[in-house]
Design a binder for this molecule. Sequence first.
Ligand code: AMO
Length: 449
Amino acid sequence: MDPDKVWKRTRYSSEIGEEDYNTEVVICGWIENTKNMGKMAFIRVRDRSGISQVTALSKGMDPDLFKRLVSIPRESTVSIHGIVRQSPQAKAGWEIIPHDFTLLNEAKTPLPLGVIDKVDADMDTRLDNRFLDLRKLNVQSIFKIRSTVLAAARDVFLEEGFIEINTPKIVATATEGGTALFKIQYFDRVAYLNQSPQLFKQTMMSTGLDRVFEIGPAFRAEEHDTIRHLNEYTSIDMEMAWADLDDSLDLLEMVIQRAYTSVLNENYLDLEELKMNLVVPERPFPRVTYTQIIDKLTSAGFEVEDEAGHRSRVIRWGDDIPLEGMKIIAKDRPSLYFITEWPMSLKPFYIHPKDDDPEVSQGFDLNFGEKELVSGGQRIHEPGLLRDILIKKGLNPEAFGFYVKAFEYGMPPHCGWGLGAERLTMILTGQTNVRETVLFPRDKKRLVP
Ligand code: AMO
């Protein structure tokens, strides 16, 4: 690199407009493609905002410079000095006529992953070469939308008087029954990676802070390899005191609605890139009870599998709803809807029973078609009831010592939920595999990069 040469960008491709015609600009980016016609060459230079067409003319340049420019391998980084010229033939209505350039870093050939290849590489090749995969503008769009989603959630929380907290990810006990924990060595003891901030966010309710949220990693040692599960995901969690189930549903509707409107306002080019047509969901979102879903599946004759994997009997109240069952429900409900009034037996120990029916919980899920996006509910705040339910679920209250203690010295009624950032991003970007929404996904096979 020539130290005397100015290589810094003066314009992103998207910033170039009529006011730049016939003036000098410096663009920086990656050489996406070069078409060399001998006397003239068309070079596509990509930056994060899009593409600049550089039209090099052998006549207008030093012949040696021209030769060097047109032979730069694809995906090398360059800085190009040129004059912007109006050009009806160019897609953007302008092109850049270069007179000088700096090759900042020459890419090796062949590329391990094509950036503009028409045929899509398989997921593993893409993830092994994620830095190249992320040079594709449609892949970048997913992460620009993800960023907007996280900002939208944070904005709503802060506007509604929530404070942002950060809780430990190295813990001594499980939170969510069912999914396994990742064990780690913590000096001379065994510790685990936290599955959810649940115990900590609830503990905060007895402090008087009243409204807290956290956006952070959650770890689940799920064995199964599905298009909806990750072993590390980003959880958007909230907990609010002196509030009930309906308050938590209202806040969730606000967060989801804001995510849609923010993406529509700020990411319209990304939505175009992803060929997505978003419609902001109207509030209130439809509510369906667990019993209504079971009734529908029962009348459809839906059978559940026994432990050996055989379909043995028709689904009944108290059974969990398998994915295949949710797919039947999703035919009539392809969009957002709440599922309320789950049996207590299917919800975690911290979910409050209904006041008039101890078998039915005040827990809910928010689904998009068959996909679960959120779960949450009214929490138990009475220490006696909490102990009873822990024991009923086969858990030892002593193992939850610090948590149970916070209930014994004045815990207000409270509610909360946890929203998977990736699942929401999947919906807003139209992706079917959750791995598309994580830079470096962690699944059973994947630990690098
Ligand atoms: P739950 O375990 O249902 O509830 O998780 C809440 C939401 O987190 C997301 N999620 C996942 N996303 C990707 N991969 C996974 N393995 C994964 N597991 C969960 C989903 C899910 O709906 N403590 C409760 C929440 C609460 O009651 O506040 C909890 O974690 O979008």
